[in-house]
Write a protein that binds this ligand. Structure first.
Ligand code: NAD
Length: 362
């Protein structure tokens, strides 16, 4: 039986519309192969929304997203809007979307494609076969904890304060996402904290350890964050899924991403307890190459694959897209950002057309 999904598309700014067009074409083809019917509805976010209606996240956009099965976002932002006050910045639209959909888990994969190993600054033998998923808590911890601010002490000296705080409920919900993610991967989960120094981390470790009994098929380990940072660059092959708090995840997900060396290849997912997730490339709107058919659409295409796997629970369709990207690279096709000697450079649109040929050849 055909499975139907309503997908909200948010192409946004810069290269957003170009890479989104490729991802939508790919989804249509995979939908035909896998008996999935996608109803796409497009809405405004970021700079284009500011230009059209004066706000970066129109209420209409949020409501459409809330009613959909998943949200596929491209990128927002550009020089033109960088000078606006904070509440009118394109990024404010993105934060509003995450809050409006109650997205608390950020999934950032870092996978080395063997064809792109030269792009990494690390030695091939260190990064060969790396396939890591960082699950970062997104709405708690030190970025949101109270009290926060800059206060005057009794002696009149200024003192800056932020608070790292997690409730059991906040830890448990990100833990469940992480264990479930590990189950969909290779069944290994490493929780990263600073339990030797921080009480909040000790609670984190205790809860994760406690919840592990519900997931006997997942092998759990723990690392202190300083060691995790070292291990990520020393021997990243040891990791499958990592779970960590907002601050540690912010840093570790960027380290993991840079193992791959190519920003145009990195997708991400943001998930809530229920309702639609948001799936988007890690990169920005690349205004320097917008409208020139030079953008690499593969992070967007891989974000669509993440949407299928983690948002719509259609792993076969996700795998089909991922395999097509692998074949495309294997055949030597590249966009300018990931080209190397001996490869064939194509534009954004031509990469999409080639992917479709690969998909249809099966
Ligand atoms: P960026 O990621 O847009 O670009 C950094 C560099 O990488 C540029 O040289 C760009 O050409 C290149 N690049 C990025 N994506 C590419 C792709 N798919 N194909 C080929 N090359 C690619 O970061 P930036 O220049 O710091 O920011 C530009 C704008 O994007 C800013 O307005 C920023 O606020 C916004 N931004 C948005 C997001 C988002 O939408 N989530 C994330 C980061 C930055």
């Amino acid at each position: 039986m055909t499975q139907s999904y309503q997908i909200t598309l948010l192409p946004g700014d810069g290269i957003g519309p170009e890479i989104m067009a490729v991802a939508v074409d790919i989804l249509k083809v995979v939908g035909q192969h896998q008996d999935l019917d996608f109803e796409f509805k497009e809405a405004l976010i970021g700079g284009v929304a500011l230009d059209a209606v004066g706000e970066p996240l129109p209420q209409e956009t949020l409501e459409l997203c809330q009613q959909s099965d998943a949200v596929l976002l491209a990128a927002i932002g550009g020089y033109k809007w960088d000078v606006l006050p904070r509440h009118l910045r394109p990024e404010t639209g993105l934060l509003g979307l995450r809050a409006g959909l109650k997205l608390f888990a950020n999934l950032r994969p870092a996978q080395i494609f063997p064809q792109l190993m030269d792009a990494s600054s690390l030695k091939p033998e260190v990064i060969k076969g790396v396939d890591i998923m960082v699950v970062r808590e997104l709405t708690g911890g030190i970025y949101f904890g109270e009290p926060r601010g800059v206060f005057s002490t009794e002696s009149g000296e200024q003192r800056g304060v932020n608070t790292m705080a997690y409730t059991v409920a906040e830890i448990d919900r990100i833990a469940h996402v992480a264990f479930a993610t590990a189950q969909k991967r290779r069944g290994k989960l490493c929780s990263v904290d600073k339990a030797n120094v921080l009480e909040v981390s000790q609670l984190w470790r205790d809860r994760i350890t406690h919840l592990a009994t519900e997931y006997p098929d997942v092998e759990l380990s723990h690392l202190y964050v300083d060691n995790a940072a070292m291990q990520l660059v020393r021997c990243p092959q040891q990791f499958d899924t990592l779970v960590t708090s907002n601050l540690f995840g912010d840093i570790l997900s960027d380290i993991a991403a840079m193992l791959t060396g190519s920003i145009g290849m990195l997708p991400s997912a943001s998930l809530g307890a229920k309702g639609p997730g948001v799936f988007e490339p890690v990169h920005g709107s690349a205004p320097d190459i917008a409208g020139q058919d030079q953008a690499n659409p593969l992070a967007q295409v891989l974000s669509a694959a993440m949407m299928l796997r983690y948002g719509l629970h259609q792993p076969a369709a996700a795998s089909q897209i991922e395999a097509a990207v692998f074949t495309l690279l294997e055949q030597g096709y590249r966009t300018g950002d990931i080209q190397s000697p001996g490869t064939t450079v194509l534009g954004c649109r031509a990469i999409g057309e080639t992917l479709i040929q690969i998909l249809n050849q099966g």
